[in-house]
Design a protein around this ligand. Structure first.
Ligand SMILES: Cc1cc2nc3c(=O)[nH]c(=O)nc-3n(C[C@H](O)[C@H](O)[C@H](O)COP(=O)(O)OP(=O)(O)OC[C@H]3O[C@@H](n4cnc5c(N)ncnc54)[C@H](O)[C@@H]3O)c2cc1C
Length: 411
């Protein structure tokens, strides 16, 4: 990946020294996953403040943005360092969920497609957590078929004026900046008239309305743009290239959900499950043991898929359809984790004492699982991509192929 460090070999001494650096940091700044107490929601002000403070400490310790260039606020290390870091954080609770889109999707896109000025202006604060970013693709009439989106960007001197609506925007209520895809030319076919922009989320023309979910949280939002303004030099990539950049960003998202810590399941759930099963006396239950062993095996497979993707990235490629394999696998694994969790937690997943601060943890995790099969493209969409781009099956018929976006009927 351009600008990111390659995976050059580390000798054993350097590996041990880096592992020790990470362990020292974790012991000083984190709690063990199983010891997590209280139930501060990721979208609560306390959760956001904790994420920012923690990320700031990571940056001070030289552990933030590990593989991103040091001139733009990263640590300038290799993907092997990232792999070692991922291994060391297993079993620790890192309060970084509010930064997952900022770092999993927006940061790689800034690094890959930003101008030198954009990288210098935005990457250091993104990496240190001083600013948080969101991703604005989906609209009420454009989800799976995101290329049909209607939000308009019209040039006005040195600025673009944005009008329209986005939906399902994770974390927008606490974000400083967002990456937006908008239609800049309605006379072209739908994939060709799109451009990507950086948007200041704190301006008056951007209204963010949080949506309440079944889990009780407000993880995502509706966003209304009314004459919102974007300086022309905040355009990302070339005019009309928004679809290509969006596809790359979606692949970063799919890799982040399917092969990284984005699923939220690999880092702390499986060890937590085993501890809980032991504490509840299920240690010798053959069915649950089988279920836990199955999860462990699938986590290993997920790790191998991640390794394969990292190798492709080290070879200089933006993740391709293998990102869809990772995402689909991660979503299916998440559902299996949910089912085993419910079997172990039993009634505790549905009812808890009012004074049990973290008692809702199982219920929230189980209710949130369905979203993993939708975010970043549904399971059906991933299967379509794998069918067409990996297996070479025929594409779905499209009666409007090649037609101007403005000529396609929409409700
Ligand atoms: C937790 C979560 C976080 C999200 N965060 C963001 C975010 O930060 N930014 C953002 O822009 N969006 C975000 N989204 C939105 C997400 O990308 C969309 O919900 C998703 O792409 C599906 O779009 P849709 O909801 O409009 O469903 P639709 O596209 O209307 O799909 C409805 C159903 O039809 C099926 N379907 C549609 N087309 C096909 C097809 N061609 N073949 C087979 N089946 C098909 C789908 O699989 C689905 O089951 C988030 C969603 C969730 C759940």
């Amino acid at each position: 990946m351009s600008g990111q460090n390659d995976g050059s070999e580390l000798d054993a001494v350097a590996e041990d020294a880096f592992r020790e650096q990470v362990r020292t940091f974790l012991e000083a700044n984190c709690s063990r996953a199983g010891d997590r107490s209280g139930s501060i929601g990721d979208d609560d002000p306390e959760g956001i403040a904790a994420a920012k403070a923690f990320q700031g400490s990571m940056a001070d310790a030289g552990l933030a943005g590990l593989t991103f260039p040091s001139e733009f606020g990263g640590a300038g290390l290799t993907s092997r360092h990232q792999e070692l870091f991922n291994q060391e954080v297993q079993g620790w609770y890192l309060p970084t969920t509010p930064l997952s889109i900022s770092h999993g999707m927006c940061l790689p896109v800034l690094n890959q497609f930003g101008t030198e000025d954009q990288k210098a202006q935005f990457m250091p604060d993104n990496i240190s957590g001083a600013s948080i970013w969101c991703q604005m693709f989906s609209e009420p009439g454009a989800g799976s078929d995101v290329a049909s989106l209607s939000t308009r960007a019209v040039r006005d001197g040195d600025e673009w004026i944005i009008e329209g609506q986005k939906v399902w925007t994770s974390g927008a209520q606490y974000c400083d900046y967002g990456i937006l895809v908008a239609r800049t030319d309605t006379s072209l076919p739908k994939h060709q008239g799109l451009t990507m922009f950086i948007v200041d989320m704190r301006q008056p023309g951007v209204e963010v309305r949080p949506l309440r979910q079944i889990s009780g949280g407000s993880g995502f939002n509706e966003i209304f743009f009314t004459e919102a303004r974007v300086p022309v030099d905040w355009q990302l990539g070339d005019l009309g290239q928004g679809w290509n950049l969006a596809v790359s960003m979606l692949m970063f998202e799919r890799v982040s959900i399917g092969a990284g810590s984005g699923s939220g399941l690999d880092a702390d759930r499986s060890p937590g499950l085993i501890q809980t099963a032991q504490a509840l006396g299920y240690r010798h239950d053959p069915v649950l043991r089988q279920g836990l062993a199955d999860l462990w095996i699938r986590e290993q497979i997920k790790g191998y898929i991640g390794q394969r993707i990292r190798a492709a990235v080290e070879g200089g490629r933006v993740p391709g359809p293998e990102g869809s394999l990772a995402k689909l696998n991660g979503a299916l694994l998440a559902r299996r984790v949910r089912d085993v969790s419910l079997a172990i937690a039993g009634s505790a997943a549905q009812a808890w004492d009012a004074d049990d601060a973290g008692g809702d943890r199982w219920a929230v995790a189980c209710l949130s699982t369905a979203g993993i099969s939708i975010a970043g493209g549904t399971d059906e969409v991933q299967r379509n991509i794998i069918g067409e781009r990996v297996l070479g099956l025929p594409k779905e018929p499209d009666p409007y192929k090649g037609a101007a976006w403005e000529a396609i009927p929409r409700s």
